[in-house]
Each structure stands twice: as C-alpha cells, then as structure tokens.
Design a protein. Structure first.
Length: 333
C-alpha cells in the first residue's frame, strides 16, 4: 500500500539539489554577510544590481573591502532559511506520495462493507518565505558614484560591493550628517520615554555611538585620502588613523603638513581628548586609566572613573573633524 512512497523515497535517495528563492526585503535589497572571519559585517545590495552589476568572480565587502566570489556572501539566517526550505520540499514530496497512496487505498475500500478503513495524510504548516530582517530597514542607502550599484548599511559603509570603489568622501559626509540627525532627535526620544533610567541609558548610548562613528568615519576618510597621496609608500598599520598623533605624523610624511596646520591648538586639544575617550569606550567600557590621563591631558578625571560624554562635546568634535578633513582633502590630487 505504500508503493508511491517507496517510489518517491527511491527518487530522493542520494545527493539532491534544491533551488531556494532568496527573499529580498520590502525595498528589494538582499542581505549579505562578509565571509572574512575578522569582519562578518552585514550589508545589503539591491537585487537588480546583485544580478546585473555584481560579478560572479569578485564581490567586495562594503565595510572592510574583503573580496570573494559571489557565492560566499550568504548570511547565517539565509543558510538556516535555505536548510529549512529544502527540508520543507522533501517533506512535501513525501507528503504527496503518501496522499496518493492513501487515495488508492481508500478507493479500494468497499462502500457497502461492514467495516471501512480510510487513511488521511495531513500536511504540516508550509514554510513561508519571509524577507530576512525586513522589519529593520538599514539606515544608509548608497548609490556607487562609479558604477551606480545600490547598496545599504547600518552606520557607515565604504566600499561598493560591485566595483570595490571606496566612497569614503560620500560616506564621511553622510555619516556626520547622520550623527547630527540622531543627536537632534534626542529631545524627542527623551520626551517619548517615561522611565528616567531608560531615558538616560538611551541618551548615553546615542551620544557615545555618535562619537565612535565620527572617529571611524574620519579614520576611513583619512585612510582613503592618504592612500591616494602615497600609493607607493608602505601601507600604514591598521587603525593608525584612529590615533590623532600617529595619523598626523603619517599625514606630515605624505604631505609635509601636520593636523596642527589645519586646526587651532584649542581644537587639537579638544579633538585629542575625544579620540582618547573613544579609545576608552572601545577598550575599557569608558573607565579612565593612566594611559588616558597621560595622552589626553584631561584633568577632570582620576583613574577608575567613568567618562561622561556630552552631546555638546560630540557636536563640537564633529565641527573640528570636518575642518580637519576639509583641510586634508585640499591636499588631495
Ligand atoms: Zn568585511
Ligand atoms: Zn561601484
């Protein structure tokens, strides 16, 4: 009575290939994940551009520029989704084979008989394809100025996935505008949350994230400007431009000008303090150590205290970063 099922199982025996449609989000973007173990950052690429502009041989990570062939960019969620969808296809084929068996069995039962045995097969819920993270639209939408590939990322992305173009200039200005917009939204956030503790925690996170993103955006921009000027020289160490003094020295070697040539001593001191505070946020969760006191010259804290970053300090920092960056950009060929 299980002839159909046996036949179907025979067909399923061995290696099987299933094609599973990759769902895009509501705006037509695919989720992608960098395969480099140091990065694993997620970004999005428009489905049309993934098909038409991205080459199979080489795709670039929007954050770190890592290059790999186009079949290496599935997110963990997409891999899980593909597994579940393949299992659902197997289940549905077995299910319909069993249903055919059941129909045949039922049709052979005599209707006038004293005892009737029927079989029915019930399906489980069908696996629906829901766009991954559709609920969380990523904030920055970028169109590559070089090849017009559309991609998106949270925070800041620098490389075009299709052509690898470093859109540092565009991203630098967009990121700074984004930080200002988030700080501007803070009073509204404060008003909307009734609980005081939550308000303060949220505000602190927004301000500290703003500082960290501002320094990263400057770092990437400075790296890109520096690379254009000194392509022949040895590449500076990773994150060299996160450090104000080290970055200024590199810049001086490349152009003959140091950061002090673009900023007043007061602005330099304020920026040095903010860059050191970013370092604390990234490495000590904001707890002051002796290194910080020595390098920043900040006399407001003792070792062991937690720094407090004000939104006014971040806004002033954004202005200094902009002045510094526009001075540096003028040296660029
Ligand atoms: Zn990456
Ligand atoms: Zn491009």
């Amino acid at each position: 009575m299980f002839d159909e099922l046996k036949r179907e199982l025979g067909r399923l025996h061995g290696r099987q290939q299933f094609s599973v449609a990759l769902p895009s989000d509501a705006d037509g973007y695919y989720d992608r994940e960098c395969p480099s173990p140091e990065c694993l950052c997620q970004f999005k690429v428009h489905e049309d551009d993934w098909r038409d502009k991205v080459r199979n041989e080489e795709v670039f990570c929007a954050f770190c520029g890592h290059a790999a062939s186009s079949d290496k960019w599935f997110t963990q969620e997409q891999i899980e989704h593909a597994k579940a969808a393949a299992i659902a296809q197997v289940r549905s084929r077995i299910g319909s084979a069993m249903r055919r068996d059941a129909q045949r069995w039922n049709s052979r039962q005599s209707r006038s008989g004293f005892l009737r045995i029927t079989m029915s097969v019930k399906d489980g819920p069908r696996h629906h394809l829901i766009p991954i993270a559709a609920a969380e639209p990523m904030r920055l939408r970028i169109t590559c100025p070089q090849c017009s590939c559309r991609y998106a990322a949270v925070g800041a992305a620098f490389f075009c996935p299709a052509c690898g173009h470093n859109a540092a200039d565009l991203m630098f200005h967009q990121t700074l505008a984004g930080i200002r917009a988030t700080l501007d939204a803070l009073p509204g956030v404060r008003a909307a949350i009734p609980d005081r503790d939550t308000v303060e925690t949220t505000a602190r996170l927004v301000i500290e994230n703003g500082l960290q993103n501002a320094v990263t955006a400057f770092q990437r921009y400075a790296e890109a400007l520096h690379e254009k000027l000194s392509a022949a020289q040895a590449k500076p160490r990773r994150n060299a431009f996160q450090n104000l003094i080290e970055g200024s020295n590199l810049w001086k070697t490349a152009t003959g000008k140091a950061y002090e040539d673009y900023l007043s001593p007061a602005a330099m001191a304020a920026l040095a303090r903010l860059f050191q505070q970013r370092h604390l946020l990234a490495h000590t969760q904001g707890v002051v150590d002796q290194d910080y006191l020595t390098r920043s010259g900040d006399t407001a804290y003792r070792v062991g205290q937690r720094i407090v970053v004000r939104d006014t300090a971040v806004r002033t920092g954004l202005q200094h970063i902009e002045s510094l960056a526009s001075g540096m950009a003028r040296e660029s060929p």
